[in-house]
Design a protein. Structure first.
Length: 116
């Protein structure tokens, strides 16, 4: 479907069951409400910006800073979010991850300085 603004739209009908009592919360039919939908939730997981991921012979990797040098490590990816990708394994929570991984200047062992 194309909107009046010329943008492609995809509409789906969903049924929402409120978790609040409509009488107690003083809202009713015809009221405007702001709604947030939680589409994905993963406990104790890591997510990195999509720009941090790159493929090396079909294998997902990220650049991390180990000591003062870059190292490419293999990661297993999960859900693809709007601007981030969930990392299921291969990355430690305290790792320094390079977010601009598609830069041709990055290479294994490149000496770097980190800023905190």
């Amino acid at each position: 479907m194309i909107s009046p603004l010329g943008l492609e739209e995809r509409k789906v009908k969903i049924e929402v069951t409120p978790s609040i009592s409509l009488t107690e919360e003083k809202i009713g039919i015809g009221y405007d409400v702001d709604v947030q939908f939680l589409l994905y939730k993963e406990e104790n997981s890591l997510a990195v910006p999509k720009t941090a991921l790159f493929k090396d012979n079909g294998i997902d990797k990220v650049w991390i800073v180990n000591g003062r040098a870059l190292h490419a490590i293999e990661v297993k990816t999960g859900m693809d979010l709007r601007t981030e990708t969930v990392i299921l394994s291969g990355l430690e929570s305290d790792s320094f991850v390079v977010t601009g991984s598609n830069d041709e200047i990055l290479k294994e062992g490149l000496k770097v300085v980190t800023k905190k």
